[in-house]
Design a protein around this ligand. Sequence first.
Ligand SMILES: Nc1ncnc2c1ncn2[C@@H]1O[C@H](COP(=O)(O)OP(=O)(O)OP(=O)(O)O)[C@@H](O)[C@H]1O
Ligand SMILES: [Mg+2]
Length: 238
Amino acid sequence: MAEKIVVASGKGGVGKTSITVGVGKALHAMGKKVLIIDCDILRSVDLLTGVTEKLLYDWGDVIFGRCSSDEAVYESADVSVVTCPPSYDGVTEGKMKKLIAEYDEKFDIILIDAPAGIDRGLTVSCAAADRGIVVSTPDLVCVRSACTAGAQMNRLGIEDVRLVINRVMKKDIKKGRLLNVDSVIDSTQVQLIGVVPEDAKIRLGSMGKSVYKKGQVSYVPLSNIARRICGEYIALSL
Ligand SMILES: Nc1ncnc2c1ncn2[C@@H]1O[C@H](COP(=O)(O)OP(=O)(O)OP(=O)(O)O)[C@@H](O)[C@H]1O
Ligand SMILES: [Mg+2]
């Protein structure tokens, strides 16, 4: 049975999709069979995994009987991808659970990329998840919204929610321009699973370049998150 992990945030643009894809690739490098389900109707997982040109079906087509669950899976070089329909009309939590159950035995890890916010999109994204990750950047605005998103995930039945602090810049933290890691943990009230630095290579991900390559500054931090997801103890080093 797959471990099903939803990746969410309060504010948008904090790096959910980049972290989902980067960690997905890291899990694949560890030998895991990984499926990423895009639950954001604005869709971006396909762009970061290079499957856009292949897309014909999305998970809405599976739910409403227009294709099989296998036909909606697109293979990238490492992770498999199922993309999001253009609306949540007619989508229920029950239908999401049934959809994701179709993939349960075929993958080790299913990562669900949620849209920003705490509304319908989060409810749909959390329907079948066992665990959650909330992503925040180290600033007051995102931290407040991450706290709300974490609490909402708990209300939606996800007890195990962990925090990824993304786009960390040590220099700016030292100068007090960004919150330090302890303040972010205190303010979000979510237990930490990883810290990812600002990385120009991740930024290139939104232009279709890989967000996970040996040598990039976020390679080890993303690998560490993947290893912690699999239960390894790895001390945090900043
Ligand atoms: N650690 C990082 N270093 C540099 N750039 C990053 C980092 N993480 C994300 N970005 C950039 O930030 C932008 C937003 O990232 P991404 O799309 O992953 O965020 P998101 O939370 O999924 O956004 P949305 O809420 O719109 O779904 C992208 O241009 C991405 O390349
Ligand atoms: Mg996104």
